[in-house]
Design a protein around this ligand. Sequence first.
Ligand code: UD1
Length: 365
Amino acid sequence: MKIINIVGARPNFMKMAPIIEAMNQHPSTIQHLLVHTGQHYDEKMSQAFFDDLGMPKPDIDLEVGSGSHAEQTARIMIAFEKVCLQEKPDLVIVVGDVNSTMACTITAKKLGIKVAHVEAGLRSRDMAIPEEINRLCTDVLCDVLFTTDKGAGENLLAEGIDANKIVFAGNVMIDTLKKHQDLAARLSLIDQLELKPQGYALLTLHRPSNVDEPAVFKGIAQALHQLGERLPIIFPIHPRTRKMAEQFGLMDILQAKDSSSGIHLLEPLGYLQFLHLMMNARMVLTDSGGLQEETTALGVPCITLRENTERPITCEEGSNVIVGNKKENIIAAAETILSGQPKAATVPEKWDGKAAQRIVDWLVE
Ligand code: UD1
């Protein structure tokens, strides 16, 4: 069986790493190639993850880079079609919900190649989010849909997808988290930053809905500035967010005034350093999808600065709350955690470090 595994953007790498590792246990059955679309290309957004996760160098790099959604998607499709024609894989595996996920799915299906989607069935029901469009297009085309929770399977069934295509495998991102937890715990980054365990908040922000509108981004920045007076906020800033903050003149609000409080901007971090900061944080504030799941697995309180989530299980069972992007709601949620009353949380079924194994066992059978 010849398989092409696809990665493109930062949140793909930690999902694909355990799948490759599990495939390597079956050298006589599975021949696999790794294709990187090049959607993310900065050292800190891409190579740092390959190093931290011990991932093999991509066999093929499509080097598509940034662009509008249509440009980026089209460039991936044109380049990946050539790869498919040359390599003639039996199966393409895509993960997550980024533009690379959708572009490679459409390309392979039109050539009659089977596609499997890992992390299928997540739905926010919000078509203003580009990833929701990517998820819908990907899932409707895929031949095998590996899901992270039962709710995702129910979403797919409700859309008329054949139950035989759906495999509840669990969460591959949590495989990677569990594998690296001990290593991350031994890092000294919080000492270097002069922070105490549970003595700071960790922040990420990059959704267009939060950072592309000056008034919205300003409101969030003001809320964070106010919260920064209560505890330090560590903010490894995504390149697009930095660009927008500079453009809107928000860097002053976002910069720390002294070392004991305020917002501390960092460059994007590698996987291990970020995990180290996440596991020691009092709370995480984010608009990322993946962090909602990782904080749930770690039991760290998470405040999600969005109006909805495609990962409701992180709220129903995990440590996540959805607060939107209004200043008073962000502050109120943080105050609840600071007052020592975070919500009770459990880890969802099959977020146990064995999801990739289940996926590969299924493929081999
Ligand atoms: C992409 C994913 C998003 C994911 C995020 C994680 C889509 C639609 N979005 O969003 O789901 O949560 O990755 O980071 O696929 N840039 C750099 N260096 C890079 C990559 C991007 O500077 O290596 C800058 C460029 O200005 C670029 C912008 O970030 O235009 C946006 O990059 P893009 O890949 O389009 O989307 P992300 O916002 O990173």
